[in-house]
Design a protein around this ligand. Structure first.
Ligand SMILES: O=C(O)CCC(=O)C(=O)O
Length: 330
């Protein structure tokens, strides 16, 4: 059996915050002799890269402590770690107690005035825009990385064809018209804006700034976090939304961009444990919405044929994406 590279083992150990005795143990466990391990570990004392890795590991550990404080505070808060439901909240209350403090909430009564709630159906979509060509995400089931490789799954389809396929009412994660397709679909789906009206919580100078989602029962948007604050409004059918807080970062298995390696895992609602993040879970139905604060992890599953809208046009700056970097592998 080939011996693992000693410098790689040491780098892994230093990044994990190992002290000298933990480094010795790590090397011994990989079959390195005690003499060779001593030589390698002693050498680190004069290695500036090792010193910097140690310092970085200490900084990470301190950040971990700060995040653990957030968790303790959330658990010890009145009502515990829970998702509030706000019935037609006034804007001041919503921004002060939810938006500005990065706290999610389920919202009811904010789109009761939308004609879409009574009007939207597959027949209505066919009549309003059936002849248009729209872009949708397709062939998702053949690719475990369908979200990360979003661009490979974009296809143009006649809207009427997509609607006929949805009429079969089969559970599927294979095809989904998502917010990611909105740029391509803005003109084709413009007639649907006549079925909506401004939402009082949002910026009234951008009344038609939103993203349309349409898919069968069974679409799954895997665990990820957004780069903006986001309001997801349900119009047809129900969606199950699972959420995990930003302070659970260490348990979110975030190895690529904003995606979590938990993927489509149905993480259980509750406090989690050392390996599993705390999870809040709810179901939103027609006329209900969920406020997804920036950085909160979420996974969304359609329980029925589903049409939703999402919005980022809040009354406060929502520009977090501007200093989001492409950090590569995490
Ligand atoms: O509704 C969905 O399938 C996903 C919504 C979502 O993840 C988002 O808006 O960020």
């Amino acid at each position: 059996m080939s011996q693992p590279d000693k410098r790689t083992l040491l780098a892994e150990g230093l990044a994990a915050g190992d002290d000298d005795s933990a480094l010795h143990a790590r090397l011994a466990a990989a079959g390195v002799s005690a003499a060779a391990a001593k030589y390698e570990v002693d050498r680190l004392a004069k290695d500036p890269m090792a010193a910097m890795l140690r310092r970085q590991a200490a900084r990470m550990a301190k950040q971990g402590w700060l995040l653990a404080n957030q968790e303790r505070l959330a658990r010890e808060a009145e009502g515990g770690f829970a998702l509030d439901t706000l019935a037609a909240p006034d804007a001041e209350h919503f921004y002060r107690h939810y938006y500005e403090v990065n706290r999610p909430a389920k919202l009811t009564g904010i789109v009761d005035h939308w004609p879409a709630l009574a009007r939207w159906s597959l027949d209505h979509f066919a009549a309003a825009a059936g002849d248009a060509v729209v872009e949708a995400q397709v062939e998702r089931e053949r690719d475990p990385d369908y979200e990360l490789a979003k661009d490979d799954h974009r296809r143009l389809v006649r809207f009427a064809e997509l609607i006929d396929w949805l009429r079969k009412d089969e559970a599927s994660n294979d095809i989904y018209l998502t917010a990611y397709n909105s740029g391509a679909n803005a003109a084709a789906l413009a007639p649907l804006w006549d079925d909506m009206a401004p939402i009082a919580l949002l910026d009234d100078t951008r009344p038609r700034d939103g993203f349309f989602w349409l898919g069968p029962r069974g679409t799954l948007t895997p665990w990820h976090h957004d780069l903006t604050n986001n309001l997801l409004v349900q119009v047809i059918g129900r969606k199950r939304v699972r959420m995990a807080p930003p302070w659970a970062f260490a348990r979110m298995r975030n190895s690529r961009h904003c995606f979590s390696d938990w993927g489509n895992e149905a993480l259980p609602a509750g406090h989690g444990d050392a390996a599993v993040p705390p999870v809040l879970e709810t179901i939103i139905g027609p006329g209900e919405a969920i406020f997804l604060p920036v950085g909160w992890w979420h996974q969304v599953e359609a329980l029925d044929l589903s049409a939703s809208m999402s919005f980022t046009s809040f009354r406060r700056p929502n520009t977090h994406v501007e200093d989001y970097a492409s950090w590569g592998d995490l």
